[in-house]
Ligand binder design. Structure first.
Ligand SMILES: [Zn+2]
Length: 250
């Protein structure tokens, strides 16, 4: 069985902004299986469709984007702006971890621009710790508990800053110059977000915004495009930097 990397982020297009280049490189260079999960189906990401309509559109966009690079997409069916640190999403993430059985997990920065991202970060941190504990959610039909805690990494916050505008520097960067076009193609699969991001976020060209951000991260270290990460290094979590070992850092 090949090794697996899983990203668990709040919304259907977050992986394509924050970490898809790294996912693509692990698949292409090391043959890893890639799973992309969003906590919600992005049900508030529209001013023209109802929540149910846009959720249906965005589940399909997420699945299509993932399929472009041979990845699987999962939606954990919480709702936009309503992600809380509570039992239901924690149980769903733990079940996903025990099903997919990743060696590496990527999630949001603990400090980010909105609470859905920060809550997701906290939930994933807890689920990664709990997934190897046999009595955690015992009797709920989960697959077997994990053998050990997977490696956990935090992506850059959006625009590399916390909610007070302070810069959040990555611990290391992964060079994604060779896969930036594939990453952009994945993001473009989220076509419903083009108008939404223009109206609500003032981002006229969302694919160009992603390229600009990765270009800025890359320029800091002399490569064309990069993604930044920090590793969760609290007690009990793996301490070796597996992601950096596999893909090199810049
Ligand atoms: Zn998001």
């Amino acid at each position: 069985m090949s090794d697996v990397i899983l990203s668990v982020l709040a919304h259907p297009d977050d992986a394509e902004f924050l970490c898809a280049g790294t996912l693509i490189r692990l698949a292409r260079e090391h043959g890893w299986g890639v799973h992309i999960a969003s906590i919600t189906p992005g049900d508030c990401g529209s001013v023209e469709h109802s929540a149910e309509e846009i959720a249906g559109i965005r589940r399909q966009e997420g699945a299509r984007a993932a399929a472009l690079v041979g990845a699987a997409y999962h939606c954990l069916e919480e709702r936009d702006l309503l992600i809380f640190y509570q039992e239901r999403p924690l149980e769903r993430i733990t079940r996903l971890l025990r099903t997919v059985r990743p060696r590496i997990v990527l999630t949001h920065s603990p400090a980010d621009y909105m609470l859905d991202h920060e809550m997701t970060s906290m939930l994933v941190r807890a689920a990664v710790f709990g997934a190897p504990v046999p009595n955690f959610f015992a009797g709920q039909g989960h697959p077997q508990a994990l053998a050990h805690i997977p490696h956990l990494y935090y992506c850059d916050p959006i625009e590399g800053k916390d909610s007070l505008g302070r810069a959040v520097e990555p611990a290391f960067r992964i060079d994604i110059s060779g896969v930036i076009d594939a990453k952009a193609e994945m993001l473009a699969a989220h076509a419903s977000q083009r108008d939404w991001l223009r109206k609500h976020h003032g981002m006229d060209q969302y694919v160009q915004s992603m390229r600009d951000w990765c270009g800025a991260r890359g320029r800091q270290v002399g490569v064309a495009f990069a993604e930044g990460f920090r590793q969760h290094l609290g007690h009990g979590y793996p301490q070796n930097d597996l992601l950096a070992q596999l893909l090199g850092v810049c």
